[in-house]
Design a protein around this ligand. Structure first.
Ligand code: ADP
Length: 502
């Protein structure tokens, strides 16, 4: 009797100890998840978890040498040693996870807007009056507080802007903005590569910048069709994934082609600003020049990184400089360049087969020089043409409005925008900007002499009053300028027709 009481007591103590261990294990797991979320930049999810644990998550810290990824890696090696294969950690759900969570009363939060519930829309509603329009406006304001920093071109021609910020005004978003360097996933989780490749990934990642290029759709004048198509191809599939399945599965590659200076890069920057994807801004010619020999590996690592940071957009500027027709002009080409092209094609094929949200956005001024194999992979092609007369008017009045005032210096204009637009037929957006700049420079030039003369005198500078820029002044500047792509326009439309029929 005595004996059995003793053993019952021991069993009870063992149960209590086990219960305590279970509680501790569960608590540790929550803390590990919390730290993991913080480390990955999922501030909103981390804050929610902390709230649900009544602030417990914040009261503890994970001990040195341990993190969630490491725990999983250890499990993987244990599994491999035991069964000679890696464990399957996750599998596709039969029933959407969201439903299961709702049923079990759980809360599911997503780190980015992907998977956001669709609003109910009456098909007869116009986009302006419907919920969709409102949603879009909200998302536009998301990055309003992001500062504008010019993209820095790295030694490797690789810039990556990650735009996974929380909503403006939202506390978690604010934390995220203050801890921008934590927004991208750490490379420690970027496994499956040999030493050389992971070194390349490190190098590429050093050029990752987290600022938005700050170009909004409304900053792009005209190009309404191009804007709509780009949104359909890149922005909406990430925002409304439910709509883009089956036959509507998202495009994997899009080519923006047209004369230089018409806004192709601006469109890409708008995607980077308005869309919450990791944005890889790749100047194609730099890949070739700086990475001759190694560029094939660079391409492989680039796509691996894009997958790792998905949803991602890879913007390949000046595509013709890397994907010109193979062996075209020289009758043979550098072997490493050919290997790189093949790698790019292989990687793009990989995207088509996968369901990952990695998207290639390419731009070219010379589409007819492009390799046919790459053209086939850029399923959607959009002509970004010269601005229409209305767009030319809008551009001129945007850059030279009747009154501008910078640092107390006023510049006035009296311009007949319609006449000027007529005279600038065939000018690209960038040509028009240059003409406007030159026209604005004329009155400024006239005061330089006065300013210089005053440098040697003690008297204060006279009040600066610039002469008004008139239509006649502007027309004179136009007469001395030349549109850069007027002769090419026919060629783009001919090429467009040729490719439409394919
Ligand atoms: P590209 O088509 O060669 O990529 P960009 O997008 O780099 O041309 O445009 C060059 C510059 O010309 C821009 O920075 C901008 O100042 C001006 N620009 C060209 N097109 C437009 C446009 N549609 N709206 C506003 N600015 C434009």
């Amino acid at each position: 009797m005595e004996m059995s009481y003793q053993s019952m007591k021991i069993a009870h103590q063992a149960r209590e100890a086990e219960d305590l261990r279970t509680t501790m294990r569960r608590k540790s797991l929550l803390i590990l998840i919390y730290q993991h979320l913080l480390g990955q930049g999922y501030m909103e999810a981390a804050a929610a978890l902390d709230q649900e644990t009544n602030g417990d998550a914040r009261k503890f810290e994970v001990c040195d040498n341990i993190d969630l990824e490491m725990v999983l890696m250890e499990y993987e090696s244990y599994h491999y040693v035991k069964f000679q294969k890696n464990p399957k950690l996750i599998r596709r759900t039969v029933e959407p996870v969201e439903n299961r969570f709702v049923k079990s009363g759980g809360v599911k939060r997503s780190p980015c807007s992907a998977g956001k519930r669709l609003p109910k829309i009456n098909p007869s509603q116009t986009p302006q009056s419907g919920n969709v329009a409102k949603k879009t406006t909200t998302s536009v304001s998301t990055h309003q507080n992001g500062s504008s920093v010019p993209p820095e071109i790295s030694d490797f021609g690789l810039n990556v802007s990650s735009l996974r910020c929380g909503p403006a005004g939202d506390a978690a978003g604010d934390i995220a903005m203050n801890r921008k360097e934590r927004l991208l996933k750490p490379l420690s989780g970027f496994s499956g590569m040999n030493r050389e490749m992971s070194d390349l990934a490190e190098i590429i990642s050093r050029d990752i910048y987290l600022h938005s290029p700050n170009v909004r759709w409304e900053d792009i004048i005209g190009l309404e069709d191009a804007k709509r198509l780009v949104k359909e191809a890149v922005v909406y599939p990430i925002k409304y994934p439910e709509l883009f399945t089956g036959i509507l599965s998202p495009w994997k590659g899009l080519l923006l082609y047209g004369p230089p200076g018409t806004g192709k890069t601006l469109l890409a920057k708008a995607v980077a600003t308005e869309c919450k994807t990791t944005f890889f801004n790749i100047s194609a010619s730099s890949i070739v020049s700086k990475w001759r020999g190694d560029s094939e590996k660079l391409v492989r690592v680039l796509f691996l990184l894009a997958r790792y940071h998905a949803p991602s957009t890879i913007f390949l500027d000046e595509l013709e400089s890397v994907m010109g027709q193979r062996g075209a002009s020289t009758g043979g080409e550098h072997e490493s360049s050919s290997r790189m092209k093949t790698e790019l094609l292989v990687q793009m094929d990989g995207l088509v087969r996968s369901e990952e949200l990695v998207f290639v956005l390419a731009a070219s001024n010379l589409p007819w020089d492009l390799d046919h194999a790459v053209l086939r992979r850029l399923e959607k092609r959009i002509l970004v043409g010269l601005p229409s007369s209305a767009a030319r008017q809008a551009m001129t009045s945007h850059w030279l409005p009747p009154l501008t005032s910078t640092r107390g210096v006023e510049l006035r204009t009296e311009l007949d925008y319609e006449i000027l637009a007529k005279d600038m037929e065939g000018y690209s957006g960038s040509d028009i900007r240059l003409v406007c700049k030159e026209a604005a420079m004329r009155p400024v030039r006239k005061i330089f002499d006065v300013l210089e003369a005053h440098q040697h005198e003690d008297a204060p500078l006279p009040a600066i009053k610039l002469e008004t820029v008139t239509t006649a002044d502007f027309l004179e500047v136009i007469a001395h300028s030349k549109p850069s792509a007027r002769n090419l326009t026919g060629r783009y439309t001919a090429w467009e027709r040729e490719y439409e029929s394919l």
